[in-house]
Design a protein around this ligand. Structure first.
Ligand SMILES: NC(=O)C1=CN([C@@H]2O[C@H](COP(=O)(O)OP(=O)(O)OC[C@H]3O[C@@H](n4cnc5c(N)ncnc54)[C@H](OP(=O)(O)O)[C@@H]3O)[C@@H](O)[C@H]2O)C=CC1
Ligand SMILES: O=C1O[C@H](COP(=O)(O)O)[C@@H](O)[C@H](O)[C@H]1O
Length: 497
């Protein structure tokens, strides 16, 4: 891997501490960092290099997924870390930063490849990109890359404006928009696992009756009231993670797309999503907010009683949507998406229901988190697992890669310059275009906000959305197959971690 300098804005923040340092450390242990590597952490608070290194050490001791087993190795890792104070608006700080970056490049004999990782609030993205450009930090003769966290814009217009500004300093090939769902191991391995199971189980000739994509959480708003109360589930999860999951799934059907076609297919799918007029949003979207309730035996307060949330907040913490794709393969298949906070369980999964004659159902379930598995549920009982099925299972098991965190995968990809699992601007823009009428309808109060008790699966209206089409959410405690395997034959292609 080419040598590089990792310039981390927001080096004293929560994301750096919980995700970025542990991910870098894991890459270091696995020998997946460049052999010549320098990291410069930036923040407003005054820290010496030693204090910074000791803070990073603390983060590794607390959050490293494999633990710190080799104290000497960790010290070697930390020797690459330096710290500098930088206030994003102060131009002279960028000059000092340039000086420090160049000194480190010289002393370590590094080619000036620079990765600028913005782990700061989105309100700073434009300013930082412009200052990187003006200060000359982005003008060395190595590569330069900009890694940014979500949210990317607040709506269609602000996303476009932000992109224009970023493009004055970085071109599209240099911008890496992180959507951590794209870094989840199961999302990345879904294609291989899915096609192996589909072909082994002869589903190639079957038709898909419906698709359900759920990302449900037990967590509430936590400490993020300031951000979340302006974002809601629609911007926090739906516009990015949920639509990316939909795009990732549809690149697998009807045939698996070639790697170099992935971007094109994702764009095509987003363009084929039937738009919803804002006056018609109530027929396709259910919007909810959690009230008080009980989760895993513990009482929890309603959203409006959370710290930092206005007592009359109209913000959404749940969305269920019915989507349609206008293309020959998907045109008769409704796609249901739901995501929400303070629900009954933590689970991200995709359920594909196949058409069937009679009352038996065949489901293909892709569990993305916290469990990672692909399984087939057949509701006719008594079928033995065949030898072929068992062979398929062991074949699939060999595809495992270990319990990587999304940040490990994505940071590594960014360091090697592989943009496959980053959100391209076209996808971001198309997803905001589709979501904008929904935001308008929310803004103009064209859609009721249903309060649902914490610890449930959201408002009843979410069930009615599917019932109208003759479907229901699978694996929902209200429904019969809440525990797959209880009513029919179930087998799982474990993705061992
Ligand atoms: N935390 C998480 O789990 C996730 C976060 N994100 C995104 O990652 C980004 C960072 O989030 P998070 O780490 O939680 O935020 P924090 O509030 O914990 O950290 C913010 C960081 O920004 C720095 N900072 C703030 N203002 C300035 C300024 N004016 N000049 C220079 N530095 C400044 C702070 O430095 P100092 O305090 O030293 O001034 C601190 O290092 C955000 O875009 C967030 O949306 C995305 C997904 C998950
Ligand atoms: O990006 C976000 O994702 C998390 C859920 O992520 P997961 O990997 O645990 O499924 C969500 O809690 C958070 O609100 C959102 O900003």
């Amino acid at each position: 891997m080419e040598p590089a300098t990792f310039v981390l804005f927001g080096a004293t923040g929560d994301l750096a501490k919980r995700k970025i340092y542990p991910a870098l450390y894991q890459l270091f242990i696995e020998d997946k960092l460049p052999s010549s590597f320098s990291l410069i952490g930036l923040g407003r608070r005054e820290l010496s290099d030693e204090t910074f290194q000791s803070n990073v050490e603390q983060s590794l001791l607390t959050f490293s997924r494999s633990g710190v087993k080799d104290a000497e190795g960790m010290k070697k890792f930390l020797r690459a870390f330096r710290y500098q104070v930088l206030e994003v608006n102060r131009k002279e700080d960028y000059k000092k930063l340039l000086q420090m970056v160049e000194e480190r490049e010289q002393s370590l004999n590094l080619v000036p490849n620079r990765m600028f990782y913005l782990s700061v609030g989105p309100e700073f993205f434009e300013t930082i990109a412009a200052n990187i450009h003006e200060s000359g930090l982005g003008s060395a003769n190595g590569w330069k890359r900009l890694v940014i966290e979500k949210p990317f814009g607040h709506d269609l217009l602000s996303a476009r404006q932000l992109n224009l500004k970023l493009n004055q300093a970085f071109n599209e090939t240099e911008i890496y928009r992180i959507d951590h769902y794209l870094g989840k191991p199961m999302v990345q391995q879904m294609g291989q696992l899915l096609h192996a199971s589909l072909s082994e189980l002869d589903f190639s000739s079957r038709k898909i009756a419906s698709v359900q994509i759920s990302a449900i959480e037990t967590l509430g708003v936590e400490e993020r009231a300031g951000y979340y109360d302006h974002a809601g589930a629609i911007r926090d999860m739906f516009q990015n993670h949920m639509l990316q999951l939909l795009m990732m799934l549809t690149i697998e059907f009807p045939n698996r797309s070639k790697v170099d076609e992935v971007g094109k297919i994702k764009r095509q799918i987003m363009k084929s999503l039937v738009p919803i007029n804002k006056m018609d949003v109530h027929n396709h979207i259910v919007r909810g907010q959690y009230g008080s309730g009980v989760i895993k035996g513990e009482k929890v307060v309603g959203y409006r009683d959370e710290s930092g949330i206005a007592s009359d907040s109209q913000n959404d913490t749940f969305i269920a949507a019915r989507l349609q794709i206008k293309d020959p393969f998907w045109k008769d298949t409704p796609i249901y998406i739901r995501t929400g906070k303070r629900l009954n369980e933590k689970a991200t999964k995709i359920v594909i229901e196949f058409t069937s004659e009679g009352s038996s159902k065949d489901l293909l379930i892709i569990e993305i988190g916290p469990n990672e598995a692909i399984s087939i549920q057949r509701s006719e009982a008594g079928k033995e697992l065949s030898n072929e099925d068992i062979a398929a299972r062991s074949q699939l098991n060999t595809l495992e890669e270990g319990a990587k965190d999304a940040y490990e995968i994505l940071i590594h990809d960014a360091l090697v310059g592989d943009k496959t699992y980053f959100a391209h601007w076209d996808e971001v823009e198309l997803s905001w275009e589709w979501v904008q009428p929904l935001l308008d309808a929310y803004q103009e109060n064209l859609l009721p906000l249903h309060i649902y008790p914490s610890g449930t699966y959201g408002p009843d209206e979410s069930d009615k959305l599917l019932a109208r089409d003759g479907f229901h959410w699978w694996f929902d405690s209200k429904n019969e197959l809440n525990n797959y395997g209880t009513k029919g034959e179930s087998y799982t292609y474990e993705y061992n971690t």
